[in-house]
Write a protein that binds this ligand. Structure first.
Ligand code: SF4
Ligand code: SF4
Length: 379
């Protein structure tokens, strides 16, 4: 039977988090499964240059608590690595590591390396449904054991950012927007993420759900004091449990739906053994993009005709609060459709090429890109 482990952690207290991580490790027998000579990768969610108090990135105490447990096993070679949004350069990584608190944590331990290598390799997975080869950052390729330490957030495009979505950061820098461009529809994009997860194959997933994000995640939402750490060795069943926690039908989270269809995930929560604390729903505020629901209700013959109208009138689009824009260009850099221009230090979107991927919304450092919803779908 599949297992998900739940612990209460109301605040970011390193000692308390360490006790919980020790519990999670023991539930999945990691003290025997991980060997001292293995190279262990810790993959946090570092999305962008934000401090831990901005509840966008994995809190450094979760990473430190994992390091403490790995040190009990005697692991000599631990790497902390992520490819956040934007450029994958040493300079960009340094800014994000410093702001997120990763530098401070990793400097404390001689056996922990914070990754600054910006190389990557193509990794093949014959079983991929949409993608059979992914470029993956070198520390992922070289790891013997991968610990995915994600942040629980709602997500404007995929609905949920948990164990599976966090792995999008194993693809180097600006190659990520290319995947948005290749798979502009949510269903295909989420299927691609499942292919990616099957390629990376994380061995253990730990969720920072102490202060999670709800609403317009993964960067523009509000704080949700969820007070939990959650773990599993199955990323799909972990995400299925997170659907229950955030109060969303798992059919609506297309990575979970796809993993169930592929037989990678059990169909119901009843098939999961929960250990530790009870996982009670906390009803998160969810991004309100209802495009897919709407399309689903149109009779088949009308669907093609409607596509143009749907794109024009019903699909959510990004909207820049131009007066507040500082012209930094992060949105244009991340736009897979290359449809954002910076003119006179202000960003402008040419909507005719926009694929509503919300990378711009995700990457704007000062949160001045809103998600504009159709009036028909406003509450
Ligand atoms: S403008 Fe924003 S939402 Fe539209 S394609 Fe570019 S990054 Fe994606
Ligand atoms: S919208 Fe945001 S990301 Fe884009 S240029 Fe303006 S401030 Fe920078």
């Amino acid at each position: 039977m599949s297992k998900v482990s739940v612990q209460i952690n109301k605040v970011y207290d390193l000692n308390e988090i360490s006790k919980s991580v020790e519990f999670h490790f023991s539930q999945f027998d990691l003290y025997n499964k991980i060997k001292p000579e293995q190279k262990v990768l810790i993959k946090p969610n570092l999305l962008m240059k934000r401090t831990p108090e901005e509840f966008t990135t994995t809190h450094p105490y979760l990473v430190e608590a994992v390091i403490v447990e790995l040190n009990k096993i005697g692991v000599k070679n631990i790497v902390v690595a992520d490819s956040p949004g934007g450029m994958y350069t040493k300079q960009a990584l340094k800014g994000i590591y410093d702001a997120s608190g990763m530098t401070k944590v990793c400097e404390k331990y001689d056996n922990v390396e914070l990754n600054f290598t910006t190389t990557f390799e193509d990794v093949h997975n014959e079983n991929g449904k949409l993608v059979k080869s992914f470029p993956l950052i070198t520390p992922v390729v070289n790891a013997d054991f991968i610990i995915d330490v994600c942040k629980l957030k709602t997500h404007a495009m995929t609905g949920l950012s948990g164990g599976v979505k966090n792995l999008f950061g194993t693809i180097p820098g600006l190659t990520k927007p290319e995947f948005h461009w290749r798979f502009p529809e949510k269903e295909k994009f989420c299927n691609m993420l499942v292919d990616l997860c099957e390629t990376v194959k994380p061995n253990f997933i730990l969720v920072d759900a102490i202060h999670a994000m709800e609403g317009d995640g993964p960067s523009g939402g509000t704080k949700k004091e969820c007070g939990l750490t959650i773990a599993s060795d199955n990323p799909y069943e972990l995400d299925l449990s997170l659907c229950h926690l955030i109060g969303v039908d798992s059919d609506k989270i297309l990575t979970v739906k796809s993993s169930i269809e592929r037989g990678l995930c059990c169909k119901t929560l009843e098939e999961i053994e929960f250990v530790g604390e009870e996982l009670k729903p906390q009803n998160f505020e969810i991004p309100q993009d209802k495009t897919i629901d709407f399309v689903g209700h149109i009779p088949q013959p009308l669907k093609k005709i409607s596509k143009v109208l749907i794109d024009k009138f019903f699909t959510s689009k990004p909207k820049i609060r131009t007066k507040e824009c500082v012209g930094c260009g992060k949105c244009a850099e991340s736009c897979p459709a290359k449809t954002i221009s910076i003119i006179d230090r202000k960003a402008h979107i040419d909507y005719k090429n926009c694929i509503s991927c919300f990378c711009c919304h995700e990457m704007c450092p000062i949160k001045v890109i809103d998600i504009k919803r159709s009036k028909l779908f406003k509450k």
